[in-house]
Design a protein around this ligand. Structure first.
Ligand code: NAD
Length: 313
């Protein structure tokens, strides 16, 4: 298949693209390269350094699917420049959907977020519950979903709502919970937990990559929104899982982040998807990479810190 991956040089894209190449696909990666380019050259990979806000300058002709990952990808980074964030996360999504329809792309897999639900008291947070997004990031995700879904009579659209992703990628993020807590334990022998009782779902980076592959391989699955999160556990429980593997102390302080939600991914499981990895796998991998000195901490591992330094408009 010929596949466009926007945000191909990001945390998820840098892991996913080599997997897609191994499966024999031809890939066009479109990324501003804000976090560098960690993709090895490959005869079936074309890398274009471009901003999706200017997507009109590129052609989608001949491509089968788009995996749309390029976004300002967390709450504080979105808040640095809300106008830029609405332009990238929402307006550019509209351009992509419209262009895909006009140029004959048959499928879009959009990386939404499990955080669109906001705070939910329900034990089973399924796709039919109302969305009460709290942050601007969450709101951009909800609006982009609605844009994509408005094209579902013309294109196969999957709005995938991933939980917080964990595990190693060549473009490493150390600002997502499991990665952050494991790295703190390794580096400082201390984990700082803010609040700790907020429950959050998790998904391993290999499993979220497999979710995209699952939808690429079976286009008979109905368009719509799909949760993709499997371990609903508290931040404190993640810290305790890390503590079982790394000698460290856990320090708890107050949090101003009220987001607490669980995800029920039964709808995805019913399409035949089977998750294979978990939080413990991610912790083990990060420990191994750190010990082998293959996990190098740089400012670009922390999205908001790095984006502040780039001063993007
Ligand atoms: N990592 C997670 O835990 C998680 C969870 C749920 C959803 N998501 C979503 O998955 C997607 C990928 O997340 P990630 O963790 O890989 O983030 P990331 O920040 O590592 O990757 C995003 C990539 O998009 C690129 N990009 C941003 N704006 C662009 C633009 N205007 N034009 C072209 N490229 C642009 C960046 O340079 C970066 O390489 C995002 O949409 C994110 O919201 C991530």
């Amino acid at each position: 298949m010929k596949i466009i991956v926007t945000g191909g040089c990001g945390y998820k894209g840098s892991y996913l693209i080599p997997e897609l190449l191994d499966d024999g696909h031809e890939i066009l990666s479109i990324d501003t390269n804000w976090f560098g380019d960690h993709l090895e050259d490959n005869k079936n990979l074309k890398k274009v350094e471009a901003d999706i806000r200017n997507i009109d300058t590129l052609s989608f002709e001949g491509f089968d699917s788009i995996i749309h990952l390029a976004n300002i990808a967390n709450d504080p980074a979105v808040d640095l420049n809300p106008t830029l964030s609405w332009e990238v996360n929402v307006l550019a999504s509209h351009k992509i959907a419209d262009k895909a329809m006009r140029e004959g792309v048959s499928q879009i897999l959009y990386a939404s977020s499990g955080s669109v639900y906001g705070i939910k008291s329900e034990t089973n947070v399924t796709e039919d519950l109302t969305l009460v997004p709290i942050s601007t990031y969450n709101k951009t995700k909800m609006c982009a979903e609605r844009i994509f879904l408005s094209y579902k009579d013309k294109i196969d659209i999957k709005c995938i709502r991933p939980a917080t992703v964990c595990g190693f990628s060549p473009r490493m993020r150390l600002d997502v919970s499991v990665n952050l807590l494991t790295f703190q334990a390794l580096k400082y022998k201390k984990i700082n937990v803010f609040g700790g009782n907020q429950t959050r779902p998790n998904i391993h980076i290999k499993d979220i990559s497999n979710v995209y592959k699952h939808f690429l391989n079976d286009k008979s699955i109905e368009s719509g929104c799909y949760n993709a999160g499997f371990e609903n556990i508290s931040i404190l429980d993640i810290a305790k899982k890390v503590q079982e593997k790394v000698d460290c102390e856990i320090v708890i302080s107050d949090s101003n982040d009220p987001r607490s939600y669980r995800q029920d991914s039964t709808k995805l499981l019913k399409t035949g998807f089977i998750p294979q990895y978990d939080v413990s796998t991610a912790i083990d991998e990060i420990i191994q990479k750190y010990k082998k000195r293959e996990l190098i901490e740089t400012d670009s591992c922390y999205t908001v810190k790095w984006m502040k330094s780039l001063n993007i408009n």
